[in-house]
Design a protein around this ligand. Structure first.
Ligand code: COA
Length: 322
């Protein structure tokens, strides 16, 4: 049976780094508090003129180069983002033009921090059904644009970046299973409460910010991610020890620790980038994947568990034979 194999990864981070020490000058916080509560030391922030599509383009080019694929071979583009460049065209269409790819389906997916997991799930279905053979799947964000930089409860958490993979139809195992979920009842815990249809244009730009009840989100994330680990293993009749690498959404080191504990997995089998990237929403999982592929930790044949939790609430996992 045809499966979707990851044949190349890439990522890109904006040049500017914002450290915890710099945040101490902006809001009432300390480097110690941020490190102890979140594990974050620094995050990257896009330059004023740098957009989500700019970051996505660099990550996509690197993934295509690693995969050895040219524009003519890509027949599906999916961009997961909560921070698109403009209302339309979609960031995927803007990217398609920049990459000189023409005619294939290209669209955005909005599932906040779970966006890349959703995008992988959709691309996997396209490939398994024969609707696509070679898909470019990207998670890219300029989350800094919807952060209230005077709110210490949220501004210390987020960063910008992009990660990408190229998936190709293969007769050998690739994506083994995908598990996508949402429950729309939790909007009040995590949201940006304005948008186009609600009259964004009538508002001051300063009102379009992330609002979060951090502590409640934290508890939901820990229990929900624990459940998704069980669901993924049970669906594939696998044991915890069958997983070689956990590649979690990078929101908070304490959430990551809890999921690793659930898997009884030593932290040296968990890819952690939250310390240097912060929470880059849809970009966090593909960024972490690319880091561990390029530094040689993840090898061909390894079994990877990718998971994420985010606004919506949305959550999900992807089990991959790399
Ligand atoms: N610096 C210093 N103190 C801060 C602070 C900061 N940046 N942010 C909050 N605090 C204070 C709070 O005001 C509170 O003070 P109080 O006890 O006097 O009221 C105290 O620290 C504890 O706040 P609390 O919110 O209970 O902390 P926490 O341990 O839950 O950590 C988060 C806060 C946001 C780091 C944590 O809840 C979290 O990571 N939540 C999930 C976030 C997430 O994953 N969001 C996206 C989903 S993808």
């Amino acid at each position: 049976m045809t499966s979707a194999r990851i044949i190349g990864t890439g990522s890109f981070l904006p040049e500017r780094i914002l450290t915890n020490q710099q945040l101490e000058q902006m809001v009432e916080t300390t480097d110690l508090w941020i490190r102890e509560r979140t594990g974050i030391r620094q995050r990257h922030i896009a330059a004023p003129e740098e957009t989500t599509c700019d970051l996505a383009e660099q990550a996509a080019r690197r993934a295509m180069s690693a995969a050895g694929k040219g524009p003519e071979e890509i027949d599906l583009i999916i961009v997961a983002t909560t921070t698109p460049d403009q209302v339309f065209p979609s960031t995927a269409c803007l990217l398609q033009s920049r990459l000189d790819i023409h005619g294939c389906a290209a669209f955005d997916i909005q599932a906040v921090c779970t966006g890349f997991i959703y995008a992988l799930g959709v691309a996997n279905s396209f490939i398994r059904s024969g609707a696509a053979r070679c898909a470019l799947v990207i998670g890219a964000e300029t989350l800094s644009r919807i952060v209230d930089w005077s709110d210490r409860q949220t501004c210390v958490l987020f960063g910008d970046g992009a990660g990408a993979v190229v998936l190709e139809a293969a007769e050998t195992p690739g994506i083994i299973s995908t598990h996508l979920h949402a429950d729309g009842d939790y909007e009040s815990l995590l949201r940006v409460p304005v948008g186009i249809s609600k009259g964004y244009h009538k508002l001051q730009q300063e009102q379009a910010f992330i609002e979060m009840k951090g502590n409640e989100v934290f508890k939901m994330a820990v229990t929900t991610l624990g459940r998704i680990v069980d669901e993924t293993l049970e669906a594939n009749q696998m044991k915890k020890t069958d997983i070689d690498w956990l590649i979690p959404h990078q929101a908070n080191i304490r959430i990551i620790n809890a999921t690793a504990k659930k898997l009884r997995m030593a932290m040296d089998r968990v890819v952690v980038t939250v310390d240097t990237h912060g929470n880059t929403s849809a970009a966090s999982v593909p960024l972490a994947l690319d880091v561990a592929v390029r530094d040689g930790r993840i090898r061909r044949g390894d079994t990877l568990l990718l998971e994420a939790f985010g606004g919506g609430f949305t959550w999900g996992s992807v089990l991959v034979k790399y």
